[in-house]
Design a protein. Structure first.
Length: 244
């Protein structure tokens, strides 16, 4: 996300210095400067033909969290030039297309995208307990327990519980392997996730059920739990991670 913000701020800065609002109204040297700056931060690709050539950033350069903040399924940044190859577009990028509200000029789009990207992601804790994020500097990894432990936890953030979502999973016998009973997991109940959030922190059981059910939301679980010095009581965790 930092690279996208840096590029948008660079475009905005050049537009302001040139007292222009649209990319195509900039002088050639300024348009080239923007192209070169983008090329330094992302790998650019050509459409591969000479019919109205364009140069673009691959969609996988942007993750789902960034796309959600921009209210887009995908984010595109495309340079257009005269008919020609990559070098032709690079030598004279005539238009810049930001896949957003094309009724706005380039400066307005940059301001709008920067405003959205500066907003924090909406995170909800759907486990039964508050989640304490503990600084790793206040913890040690105990090989005997194979756990992170701490005597004086430094809590950097607490994510309060907003209720709990549950999943019901049954074990159903489905055969045997070399005489050993084989069981399959069957989901018989899965609570719906509330709308309006970017990241959902859930229990490990819910995460497994959500994956089997094909839930497409951004599902996270706690990672690297931190215990007291006896290794028995969970005090918090070092962070969160994608469940699948």
């Amino acid at each position: 996300m930092e690279k996208i913000i840096k590029i948008l701020e660079f475009i905005k800065d050049i537009l302001n210095k040139a007292n222009e609002t649209n990319f195509e109204d900039l002088k050639k040297k300024d348009r080239q400067a923007i192209f070169n700056f983008v090329e330094e931060n992302f790998e650019l690709y050509s459409d591969g033909d000479r019919d109205g050539s364009f140069v673009f950033i691959e969609q996988n350069e942007f993750n789902k969290e960034e796309s959600k903040k921009l209210d887009l399924t995908e984010f595109e940044l495309i340079f257009f030039g005269e008919c020609g190859d990559f070098d032709d577009v690079k030598s004279n990028p005539e238009q810049l297309y930001l896949d957003y509200d094309q009724n706005k000029n380039t400066l307005e789009i940059c301001n709008l995208l920067l405003q959205k990207l500066s907003q924090p992601l909406r995170i909800v804790n759907l486990t039964p307990h508050n989640i304490n994020i503990i600084s790793q500097e206040s913890c040690v990894f105990e090989p005997e327990f194979r756990k992170w432990i701490t005597e004086d936890p430094q809590i950097t953030k607490t994510i309060p519980s907003s209720g709990m979502v549950s999943a019901k999973i049954n074990s159903v016998i489905s055969g045997n392997i070399n005489g050993i009973p084989k069981y399959d997991k069957e989901i018989i109940g899965l609570d719906h996730l509330p709308e309006g959030y970017d990241i959902y922190i859930v229990s490990a059981i819910y995460a497994v059920a959500a994956q089997k059910a094909g839930v497409n939301n951004e599902i996270y679980v706690i990672t690297e739990p931190v215990f007291d010095m006896d290794g028995k009581t969970v005090l918090g965790c070092l962070g969160i991670s994608k469940a699948f």
